[in-house]
Write a protein that binds this ligand. Structure first.
Ligand SMILES: [Cu+2]
Length: 461
């Protein structure tokens, strides 16, 4: 307590709120590391300070810091970035330190934190430290708790990370524009005691969405609901790395939602518990088992499970349009419509045109010529063919004998003999038992819709 009081009383700027850094101060600002690779970076072991178990940011990285007089100093630079959403598509976004989302910030409960924020955007910005309990003037709300950080200026935020947990940061300035352009980042405050809430692997990701017309690069930022790209850390499947876990390891996945709608996040092959929110840790007696947890806008959820089931397990948003990419959200349903001849006729007018769906909408094995810079609506080569997935989807790979700290993709799961769904006749290893009859619910009566709308005998007012 003494330390913190001392910190707050000596750092006068803290009490006055986020403040502009003058020229003399600027010389003392730590460097702002930049990262542009889209592969998942290895966890950043703490180079000093109190120990903690670092997290892994899916297709992202953690921001290095320096210790100065007992304060952890970070430097974020808000700037335009180019983010590859998946191989074949790049987007002009706004982010921090070379990437959208910005780097993950990791600190320890009780740490004194000083964050320099330099604005290289063409308009003013600010950073709100979502979920932190801090002095009001550090809350980052433009106009309410500070003036906007003008282009070219650097502000400094200082506070104590009071509570361990799962948080995020994002602008509170021209929000519709800045968040639709990808400005956000993850924040983890680790517990003082590294054994508390300890897990073997701790993955973090933010949900964001973009509306980028096929053939273009820059999101439409006035879109309210009709986004066409749904992302984990500004990546879409098949551009999202797998999450890996050794058999029997305890795994945590922390997810924050900064889109415009809710996302029911679903894990196959395991049951998990929601162990934390951006409000804190859920007491053990209040947790219940789930396989899907809905994450509302502005919410964060930490889920935990023991990876006790080997295999390649889907992890995805359960809204079907959220596991699709840009092409195809608006196509008509032509199931049952005989389109023979139509494709040929249209093709003479529009080369490359493809008729969709007289047998359903699956485009898994079709090859359509795409406009430049977009992605098929569902894609991803798996060991059994096309996965027909995009957007908010990846694979949890649980493997026996995986070394601690090994995050490399172990390849596809090798299923034990006789444990894969298979064709009944013909194929090798096919089922050769007796196939039971398949009773149908649709009897003759059921095919005739019966309208039996009885009026109530008497009105009761
Ligand atoms: Cu979703």
């Amino acid at each position: 307590m003494t330390n913190r009081r001392h910190f707050l009383s000596t750092a006068g700027a803290t009490l006055l709120g986020a403040s502009l850094v003058d020229k003399a101060g600027a010389a003392a600002i730590p460097e702002a590391p930049v990262h542009t690779a889209s592969a998942t970076a290895a966890p950043l072991a703490p180079p000093g300070g109190r120990p903690y178990n670092p997290v892994v940011t899916l297709n992202g990285w953690t921001l290095p810091w320096r210790m100065k007089d007992g304060v952890k100093e970070f430097h974020l630079v808000a700037e335009p970035v180019v983010r590859e959403l998946a191989p074949g598509m790049q987007a002009n976004l706004w982010g921090y330190n070379g990437q959208s989302p910005g780097p993950t910030i990791e600190v320890v409960e009780g740490d004194r934190v000083r964050i320099f924020v330099t604005n290289k955007l063409p308009e003013h910005t600010s950073i709100h430290w979502h979920g932190q309990i801090l002095p009001c003037g550090m809350d980052g709300v433009t106009g309410l708790t500070q003036p906007g950080i003008a282009p070219g200026k650097t502000f400094v935020y200082e506070f104590v990370a009071r509570h361990a947990g799962t948080f995020m940061y994002h602008p509170h300035a021209d929000e519709m524009m800045q968040m639709a352009m990808g400005m956000m980042g993850f924040w983890v405050t680790h517990p003082k005691n590294p054994r508390q809430h300890a897990v073997d692997r701790d993955y973090v990701l933010l949900l964001s969405s973009y509306d980028i017309d096929p053939g273009s690069y820059t999101p439409r930022t006035n879109t309210m609901l009709d986004f066409n790209l749904w992302t984990f850390n500004s990546r879409v499947f098949p551009g999202i790395d797998p999450m890996v876990a050794g058999l029997g390891e305890k795994v945590r996945i922390r997810v924050g939602n900064l889109t415009m709608t809710n996302h029911p996040i679903h894990l196959h092959g395991h049951t998990f518990q929601v162990t934390g929110t951006d409000g804190g840790w859920v007491p053990p007696g209040a947790r219940w088992p789930e396989v899907t947890t809905d994450i509302a806008v502005g919410q964060m959820r930490a889920i935990e499970f023991v990876a006790d089931n080997p295999g390649d397990w889907a992890f995805h948003c359960h809204k079907s349009h959220h596991t699709m990419n840009a092409m195809g959200h608006d196509v008509p349903n032509l199931a049952g419509v005989d389109q023979r001849g139509v494709a040929r006729k249209i093709n003479s007018l529009v080369p490359g045109y493809m008729v969709m769906g007289d047998r359903g909408g699956s485009m898994g094995d079709m090859k359509m010529r795409l406009p430049e810079n977009t992605l098929p609506m569902m894609d991803g080569k798996g060991p059994f063919g096309n996965m027909e997935m995009g957007g908010m989807f990846t694979v949890l790979k649980v493997r026996e004998g995986l070394a601690r700290g090994d995050y490399r993709d172990p390849g596809w799961y090798r299923h034990p003999a006789g444990t894969v769904a298979r064709e009944v006749a013909g194929a090798s290893g096919a089922y050769d038992g007796e196939v039971p009859a398949a009773p149908s619910a649709a009897g003759p009566e059921a095919r005739q819709p019966v309208l039996d709308a009885k009026k109530p005998n008497s009105h009761q007012h």
